[in-house]
Design a protein around this ligand. Structure first.
Ligand SMILES: CC(C)(COP(=O)(O)OP(=O)(O)OC[C@H]1O[C@@H](n2cnc3c(N)ncnc32)[C@H](O)[C@@H]1OP(=O)(O)O)[C@@H](O)C(=O)NCCC(=O)NCCS
Length: 227
């Protein structure tokens, strides 16, 4: 049983997140923009968290930390929230290598998607749509999205500068449950978003048959900048 929880990041997460990023520098490098040396220091992460918490206060992002057995194990974020007629945000995530291969990302993405689609009155972002882009050869990341009901919407040539090169990405989207047009390829997507503490199993069938082996909760929506 893996106990997975997701909550908005806090400044006090800077030190443990920096330690995870330092330990996984080589593992993460092929999947990320080139990072400077400061990125994986406590001060670098503190600066980054301050920046995203300011943007969270403006409702432009939902930056979350993933906890495994109560300890930080990665991040799942909704970035670049655009309002108006779009009501869309970009999903990004990483899980520290000691915790991969156990359904952690799948469960954490499900929890953050529920929060992204939940009503603002229930602490959600009230989005219509989440988008995610992955490198075509990032099989684990694509599987995480597919298990959460994301559908492939196309391929964007030279979409993001990853590992120092403009690289093609496969784009996926997930619509809010109430905006889906009946049963379709995403019919196995996460259940209707709810408020506060949410307990859920993994949302789709598992190749490894471990679908019911993780429990995920998502904490209060309010991110604190004072810790
Ligand atoms: C991608 C990442 C988030 C996955 O995290 P995770 O906690 O291991 O993910 P999960 O265990 O929930 O699911 C991974 C799925 O991919 C599958 N998988 C893993 N490696 C695979 C491979 N080489 N080929 C095919 N499938 C693979 C797993 O079997 C699992 O599917 P299943 O549940 O059907 O068995 C993690 O490896 C990571 O942080 N990678 C580096 C950063 C990154 O790529 N971020 C995403 C950028 S778009």
């Amino acid at each position: 049983m893996v106990d997975v929880a997701v909550r908005p990041v806090r400044l006090e997460d800077a030190a443990p997140l920096a330690a995870l990023l330092r330990a996984d520098r080589e593992v993460l490098a092929p999947w990320e923009p080139v990072r400077d040396g400061e990125w994986s220091t406590e001060e670098g992460q503190r600066r980054e968290l301050r920046r995203v918490l300011e943007r969270a206060a403006a409702d432009a992002v939902l930056p979350c930390v993933v906890l495994v057995d109560g300890e930080p194990a990665g991040r799942v974020n909704v970035n670049n929230v655009v309002r108006g007629a779009f009501q869309s945000g970009d999903l990004g995530y990483w899980i520290a290598s000691p915790h991969t291969g156990r359904g952690v990302a799948t469960a954490a993405v499900a929890a953050v998607a529920r929060r992204a689609f939940a009503d603002p009155g229930d602490g959600g972002l009230g989005l219509h749509r989440l988008q995610a882009g992955t490198l075509p050869h990032n099989a684990a990341s694509r599987r995480v999205l597919e298990r959460n009901g994301f559908t492939r919407i196309g391929c964007a040539p030279r979409y993001l500068r990853i590992a120092g090169r403009w690289q093609d990405h496969v784009l996926y989207q997930l619509l809010a449950p109430e905006d889906r047009a009946g049963p379709g390829p995403d019919a196995g997507a996460p259940a209707q978003p709810g408020a506060g503490q949410v307990a859920a199993g993994n949302p789709g069938p598992s190749r490894t048959g471990r679908g019911s082996s993780s429990r995920v909760t998502i904490g209060p929506a309010t991110a604190s900048t004072s810790t």
